[in-house]
Structure formats: C-alpha cells, structure tokens
Design a protein. Structure first.
Length: 399
C-alpha cells in the first residue's frame, strides 16, 4: 500500500473538516445575529434550508461535471469555494453595517459554501471508495468521522475565541478558518486520486430508483440527515434560548459534546474493520436516538437535557456513513450516480430536519421543534427493520 493513498485519505478527511466548519460556524452565531443585527429568526431558518437546498441541486447535477473535470479537480474546487466563503464572511461586518447588507452578504457566503460543500459530498466518498484499501466501510466511517471532528473543532475554537476576543469579532475567526481550505488544496495537489469512472455508463440515476431496496436506502438517508442536522444546527440555540443556559455552557456541554460523541461513534466503527453488523448497529442507534430526542425535551433539568443532546451524537454518528456503506455493498456498480443520489437523500434530510425545528421555534418553541423532529429517528428504525426483512427473505445480502 503506497503511503500516497494515505495522503489522499488525509486530503478527503480535511475536506470533511472544512465542510463541518462551514456548516456549523453560523449556527453558533444565530442568537447574536438576531440580537445584534436584527435578523429575524425566520430568516435564519430560511438561510439554513437554503444552504442545504443548494447542496441538493449540486447532488443532482454535479456528478457528470465531476467525472468530466476529474475527482482531484473537484476536490480542489470545493476547497477553493470554501476559502472564498470564509473570506466573504470575514469581510461582511467590515463592508456592511445595516441588517439588509449583512444578511445579503451572509447569504452570498452561504451560497458559495453550499456549492463547495455539495461538491465535496459527491466527490470525496467515491474517491475513498475507489482507493485500494481493505475494509472499505471502515475507511468510509473513518472518513466521515472527520465531519463531527470538524464540528467539535469549530465549536471549541469559537468558544475560546469568543471568550478571549468577544463574539462581536466573529468575522476574524472566519478569516482565520481560511487556513483549512488552503491545507486541503495543498494536500490534494500532492495526492494521487483513482477516478472511479469505469461503471458510470452502466447505471443512470433514475434507474437506481427502480429498485425498492435503493428507495429504502434513500429514505434512510433522509432520516439520517434530518436526525443529525436537526440537533447539529439548533443545539446551540436550543441550549441558549430553550434551556436558558449560558452560551458557553450550552456550546460546551451540548453542541461540542454532541460533535464529540458523533466522532467517537464513527471512529470506533472505523476501527472495527467491518466486523460489526451494520443492520443491527443502525437499528439500535435509531432506538437510542429516539430516546435521547424525547428525554432532551420532556424532562425539566437543563443540564440533563444537554446530556441527552450530547448522547444523541453517539447514536446518530454511525447512521449516515453506515447507510453509505450499505449502499456501497448493495450497489457497487452504482459509482458516482449512486453516491450522489444517497448524498441527495441525506441533504434532503439536512434541509427538512432543521427547517421543521426552525419553523416551530419561530412560531412556538424550539423544544416543540425538536419533539416533532423525533419522527425522523422513528422512521429510521422502521426503515432498518424493513431492510432486515428484505435480507431475511434473501432479496438482498449485506456482508
């Protein structure tokens, strides 16, 4: 095994750190943007949905472009767009002082970052899947473990930065984060990439949906994305506004611990070397996630609520990469088309979950939003039971 392929895995891993940093910096600023800039919570909710809707379009229409430009170029382009997005955010409060100007500038940054994030979601997993590694699903889980690691990194960094420099200087943090895409660009330039294109002519995206098993996997990805981002995007706001704890405590005990447990679950599965039964693991995680959602909302202690928010990260962590791995085993011929459609399902969930929570938070309460979002881990459980039934009937085989 050439060490250069480990460099490729590292480049893709940094790509997920970048994606997490981009997706999770702004949620830490929701309350500040509302109070300081006068941006309504409903506008922020739309902004979250807009971010993932852009990523959905990239999932739908980027696979052919990625094949044409090459996977290495796609990886570099996604990093360049992330760099531009952080620069736009960094100069936003410098160039604009009014609410409209700041919101428009942040929207531009979100647009650019969403395109880059969508490209990375479609390109990075197939890059790793095509590398000559053993234990493919373990490597995939290892790759995806860097998303919660990036999430944890941005929370801890932002918490420390805000404590020392003040949250009003948040734009300087955005400028400092430009180092992440620069590192990714440099790594990709030096990394060998195996373009997984040999099966692209054998399958079309719509053909995948003729298979009932793929439809089920697509729904599972929706549930996985919604379950993850309903908490990830609103944990900080939930702690600060819903549980009435300090921002520092909420971010550290709730949001950062959520990300830490997500990383732990994905990293440990990555170490398992495919010895665990994904069907059983994801089913158990769906049950645990449902319990954490409910217990974070219905009991009165803010600290205990934060503990259950944190534990939900442990259960949700394996769901996204786990379904990806199942898809890779069952539809190995699917190539980029298969991964882009699964990413589409995930991003649909990433849009739907936070949208429901945000809409209910703006009209009623964030607690009600999270309570209603419990439907996603419940559907995740039902979907996994149906998948196991198909396996028992001999319709599919997951090894």
């Amino acid at each position: 095994m050439s060490k250069n392929y480990n460099l490729t895995l590292t480049a893709c891993s940094v790509g997920y750190i970048l994606q997490a940093s981009i997706n999770n910096l702004l949620p830490l600023l929701f309350v500040y943007f509302t109070l300081e800039y006068g941006i309504p919570l409903s506008f922020i909710t739309v902004l979250i949905s807009y971010n993932f809707i852009i990523q959905i379009f990239i999932d739908l229409f980027s696979s052919k472009a990625i094949i044409k430009m090459g996977y290495k170029s796609a990886g570099i382009l996604s990093a360049v767009l992330g760099l531009i997005a952080f620069l736009v955010l960094g100069f936003t409060p410098v160039l604009f002082k009014d609410t409209a100007g700041i919101f428009i500038s942040v929207t531009v940054a979100v647009t650019v970052m969403a395109v880059g994030s969508g490209l990375s979601e479609v390109a990075l997993s197939p890059i790793v899947e095509a590398l000559p590694f053993d234990n493919k699903s373990s490597k995939m889980s290892f790759l995806h473990s860097f998303y919660p690691l990036g999430h944890l990194f941005i929370i801890l960094l932002a918490t420390g930065f805000f404590a020392v420099c003040g949250i009003e200087n948040w734009n300087y943090l955005a400028l400092a984060l430009t180092t992440i895409p620069i590192i990714e660009i440099l790594l990709f330039i030096k990394s060998p990439v195996v373009n997984p294109t040999e099966d692209e002519k054998k399958v079309k995206k719509l053909d995948l949906f003729k298979d009932k098993t793929f439809i089920l996997l697509f729904v599972l990805m929706i549930c996985a994305g919604a379950s993850e981002q309903a908490i990830a995007q609103w944990a900080s706001y939930f702690a600060e506004s819903g549980l009435k704890v300090s921002k520092t405590m909420g971010d550290l005990i709730g949001a950062s611990a959520f990300a830490l447990f997500m990383f732990v679950s994905r990293f440990l599965y990555g170490l398992s070397k495919d010895k665990l039964n994904l069907n059983i693991v994801i089913t158990v995680c769906a049950v645990g996630l449902t319990a954490c959602y409910l217990l974070s909302v219905v009991q009165p202690s803010p600290i205990i609520s934060l503990v259950f928010i944190a534990l939900s990260g442990l259960f949700v962590g394996i769901t996204w990469p786990g379904v990806y791995s199942i898809g890779g085993k069952l539809f190995s011929y699917g190539g980029t088309a298969m991964f882009s459609m699964l990413a589409l399902g995930g991003d649909l969930g990433c849009t739907l979950g936070p949208l429901i929570v945000g809409a209910l938070a703006s009209k009623f309460s964030v607690k009600l939003g999270i309570l209603v979002a419990t439907v996603f881990p419940i559907f995740l459980f039902i979907g996994m039971v149906l998948l196991q039934k198909r396996e028992k009937k001999g319709l599919i085989s997951i090894k």
